[in-house]
Ligand binder design. Structure first.
Ligand code: PHE
Ligand code: NA
Length: 435
């Protein structure tokens, strides 16, 4: 077997991980959920979830990956706990499951770049969404999106993922900054900022039982946790730089992009008097597209907006495809390109129900969010906190100038606080799923 690949640079790893983290979760869900759950007050809960729970958890995945230097399943065996490989397998399955419909949404985004250029959705954005979101159109573009992922992953870590995300991540930030600047010029933008950023504690308190699990689930999804993605990416790290520093950078950038997306989306909607409090997988497409129909230079702005969404979705999707690809090529004597292709075809097939009916897509998403993800994250945390324990502690402190107190605090956070938070999220999620 040939030598295992690594990232060429530390920045390459960080950018790839940010590319994985920054995706539809930031540009779609985050601004809308923030608005729905009371604006700035939700932001506070979310920030606590991201830094108090997401950051310790991402470090846990990094520890497994970098220490084992193997894919998300075999890593557990390599660390001496073969019987824990099922945790990696669950993560791999979860990632596979999620990518199947994530790719369908990616296909919609491609469609909307085109639809913006031609103004196809300008007269009736809801009817347009209904026509293109399910059926053969959606299937074809789901295939195109999947093909793009396969192409990048087939090129490998350094020449594919690292090179691609090095261009993609900075473009996401630059384009969003440009769109946010454009947003300030729209009349009615002020009401949008207000909606996004002024706290509504009444809405927060009356929904707190929904909000906390949602904020935690959103933090995990947004940070690409529970799917083996961060384990896999960390397994390609060559050096011994501080995981705490890298993890914090990734978490901060991911949060920054979510907030920035809010500064793009809300001025657009409020300038058109569109109610952002919508739900369902397609609502965002309908409302945002409706805004582009009426603003100055709407076609161009629409093209640029959906382009940035596409880049963000792609840089996330490749990390999920890499999880499975990495598992196969680490364990069997097969090439990267045929492996990525075969898996991509499998994903395409699994995504077909979602491409034919958005109700299926919603069902896949709910199951992933409320059940697969939290269970998978929980098991990783138990493994790192209680099984690896001291070994995890020394791995996380490597290259870090922080005192030992930090490491111990992290370990106990993982062992108790984070695990309890995930258990609570899971309980509430199961309750809404089945009761
Ligand atoms: N973090 C991505 C987002 O916010 C989604 C994702 C999850 C990507 C898991 C890879 C792995 O959209
Ligand atoms: Na994200």
């Amino acid at each position: 077997m040939s030598e295992r690949e690594t990232w060429a640079t530390r920045a390459g790893f960080i950018l790839a991980a940010v590319g994985s983290a920054v995706g539809l979760g930031n540009i779609w869900q985050f601004p809308f959920k923030t608005a729905q759950f009371g604006g700035a007050s939700f932001l506070v809960v979310y920030l606590i979830a991201v830094f108090g729970i997401g950051l310790p958890a991402i470090l846990a995945e990094f520890v497994i990956g970098r220490r084992a230097k193997l894919n998300a399943v075999s890593a557990f065996g390599n660390l001496g706990y073969r019987q824990w490989r099922f945790v990696g397998a669950l993560g791999l399955f979860t990632g596979f499951w999620i990518l199947s419909y994530y790719s369908v949404v990616g296909g919609w985004v491609i469609r909307y770049i085109w639809g913006s250029a031609t103004g196809a959705y300008f007269t009736d954005s809801a009817a347009y969404f209904g026509a293109v979101s399910a059926g053969l159109d959606a299937v074809a573009l789901h295939a195109v999106f999947m093909f793009l992922c396969i192409f990048i992953v087939a090129l490998g870590i350094e020449d594919g993922i690292e090179k691609a995300t090095k261009v993609m991540v900075p473009s996401i930030v630059v384009i969003l900054l440009g769109l946010a600047a454009y947003g300030t010029t729209l009349s009615g933008a002020g009401a949008g900022y207000d909606y996004f950023l002024s706290p509504d504690f009444g809405a927060l308190m009356s929904n707190i039982g929904d909000i906390v699990p949602f904020a935690v689930g959103q933090a995990f999804f947004s940070l690409s946790l529970g799917m083996g993605a961060m384990i896999t990416y960390a397994s390609y790290i060559d050096g011994e730089d501080s995981l705490v520093a890298d993890g914090s950078t990734i978490v901060v950038l991911n949060t920054f992009v979510g907030v920035l997306a809010g500064f793009v989306v809300f001025p657009l909607l409020f300038a058109q008097g569109i109610d952002p409090n919508t739900s369902g997988p397609g609502a965002v497409f309908v409302s945002i597209a409706g805004a582009f129909a009426n603003i100055p230079a709407g076609r161009a702005v629409g093209v640029v907006f959906f382009l940035v969404v596409l880049i963000a979705a792609l840089s996330s999707a490749i990390s999920l495809l890499e999880v499975v690809t990495s598992y196969i090529i680490d364990n069997y004597d097969v090439g990267r390109a045929p492996t990525a292709t075969a898996i991509g075809v499998g994903l395409f097939l699994l995504g077909l129900p979602s491409a034919f009916d958005t109700a299926w897509l919603g069902w896949f998403d709910t199951l992933a969010y409320q059940l697969l993800l939290p269970v998978s994250v929980l098991l990783v945390l138990v493994f790192v906190g209680w099984i690896l324990g001291g070994e995890a502690l020394s791995e996380v402190m490597k290259g870090s100038s922080l005192g030992d107190g930090f490491g111990t605090t992290w370990l106990w956070m993982v062992r108790v606080v984070v695990i309890l938070a995930v258990l609570g999220t899971l309980a509430l999620g199961i309750q809404t799923l089945f009761l």
